[in-house]
Write a protein that binds this ligand. Structure first.
Ligand code: XLS
Ligand code: NI
Ligand code: NI
Length: 439
């Protein structure tokens, strides 16, 4: 069980855009400087533990298709967890990524009692700490799995049973402390089953109060233990429940304001969650930036013909270019990063497929970054947008925003100055052509 997972595969290297080598980076050149930062610093790439090492390739119609040594039946669970950890770090190092992400239950199995579960986690966190030290791979974020165990079938913090709320608190306390111990840059809260399957049995007012209280407790504890990372909520509109309360960035924003948590919690935006909510990824990023909520990103893609979270690896240069253009214009990533919350297709059964998937995804981001930097440096797109709002930087626009004119004064202005604003072209097609020049 302690054999290498990827014995015949060399570390992935940058070979340049002309390379036809399938397992090489054509665009991701970690040390290359752009706008005063290296590519690695701009993108802060992370590999996730759950899809790449825990999910066995099962779907609702069929069993797992992946044969991984740590998925062996009958072996002691902690030994399997150790084997999985070794394989995970092999992949992180072969890819040369700076970060990973995990759920408590990905890294350490639940035991027969709370005490055993705790000791499993402590044991595995100590091993992860050593592997991080040895490899230099850091933790982008940790999180707790508050959706897998049957106790969470009716939600965690929003459960009708306060004892389940207590269990969720117990798990988040430990996962937050583990993240702190590993020097995590962020801690994520995705509302797994915080939503409802039917309104017939749901008291929405109560459930949202419970969720608000839960989040306040997490914020308090973060400060109590001195965790300096950022707390992030990950919006998602549906799946597994019919409706998830953290529907999209705007819904989470309203929730944070209601419970006095603005400034304490930011957003982890996922591509496929944005599209499930009927938004583009770029929309969710722009909303977060416009409201000082931008935190981190889960990167993947859906399938336009399927209505669920397919979590495929990203491969659209256009989508990554537009996202990175928004992010760079907004000041770039701070504690956040690009986390591959993406999974292989069920038929991609070889260990090597994990490398192909990540290499393609990383190159898609790198290519988006290179394009976005050129777009910013040329400045044409931003200049056109700036010009569109020029009226707001002086004269009438400035006076309106400064509160100098009430409704009556504005009305008088129209009458007295005889204002007759001329319609102006939005130039959408011109701008679309302009973006295509960079792709
Ligand atoms: C599920 C979510 C999940 C979170 C972490 O759809 O994306 O994977 O990122 O709990
Ligand atoms: Ni997801
Ligand atoms: Ni996610």
């Amino acid at each position: 069980m302690s054999q290498p997972f990827l014995p015949d595969l060399a570390p992935i290297e940058y070979r340049g855009p002309e390379s036809t080598e399938p397992l090489a980076y054509r665009f991701y050149d970690a040390g290359r400087e752009l706008l005063g930062k290296t590519m690695a610093e701009h993108l802060r790439i992370a590999v996730c533990y759950w899809h790449s090492f825990c999910w066995p390739g099962s779907d609702v119609f069929g069993d797992g298709t992946f044969e991984r040594p740590w998925m062996g039946r009958g072996d002691p669970p902690l030994e399997l967890a150790e084997c999985k950890l070794a394989a995970a770090f092999e992949l992180f190092e072969k890819l040369g990524v700076p970060f990973f992400t995990f759920h408590d239950r990905d890294i350490a199995p639940e035991g027969a009692s709370p005490a055993e579960t705790r000791s499993n986690l402590d044991h595995m966190i100590a091993l992860a700490e050593a592997a991080m030290e040895r490899s230099g791979v850091g933790l982008l974020w940790g999180t707790a799995n508050l959706f897998g165990h049957p106790r969470y079938a009716a939600g965690a913090a929003t459960n009708p049973d306060p004892e389940v709320f207590a269990w969720a608190a117990h798990q988040v306390k430990q996962a937050l402390e583990a993240t702190h111990r590993l020097g995590g840059a962020n801690y994520v809260l995705w509302g797994g089953r915080e939503g409802y399957d039917t309104l017939l049995n749901t008291d929405m007012r109560r459930e949202i109060e419970q969720l608000g209280r839960f989040m306040q407790l997490v914020v308090e504890h973060k400060h109590k233990i001195g965790f300096a990372g950022t707390l992030l909520i990950e919006p998602k509109p549906m799946e597994p429940t019919k409706h998830q309360y953290d529907f999209d960035s705007a819904a989470v924003h309203a929730f944070l304001r209601k419970f006095g948590l603005e400034g304490e919690v930011k957003l982890n935006i996922e591509v496929n969650h944005a599209t499930l909510a009927g938004h583009s990824f770029q929309h969710e990023i722009e909303y977060a930036l416009a409201n000082d909520l931008f935190g981190s990103l889960d990167i993947n893609r859906g399938d336009p013909l399927l209505g669920w979270d397919t979590d495929q690896f990203p491969n659209s240069a256009e989508e990554s270019t537009l996202a990175l253009h928004s992010i760079l214009r907004g000041g770039g990533l701070a504690s956040g990063g690009f986390n591959f919350d993406a999974k292989l297709r069920r038929q991609s059964i070889d260990a090597e497929d994990l490398l192909h998937a990540h290499v393609g995804g990383i190159d898609t981001l790198a290519r988006g970054l290179l394009n976005a930097v050129r777009m910013l440096e040329d400045g044409e797109l931003d200049a056109l947008r700036e010009e569109r709002y020029a009226g707001w930087s002086a004269g009438l626009g400035k006076a309106i925003l400064a509160g100098e004119l009430d409704l009556a004064a504005l009305s008088r202005r129209v009458d007295e100055a005889g204002l007759e604003p001329e319609p102006v072209s939005g130039r959408q097609e011109q701008l679309e052509n302009l973006v295509n020049r960079y792709l």
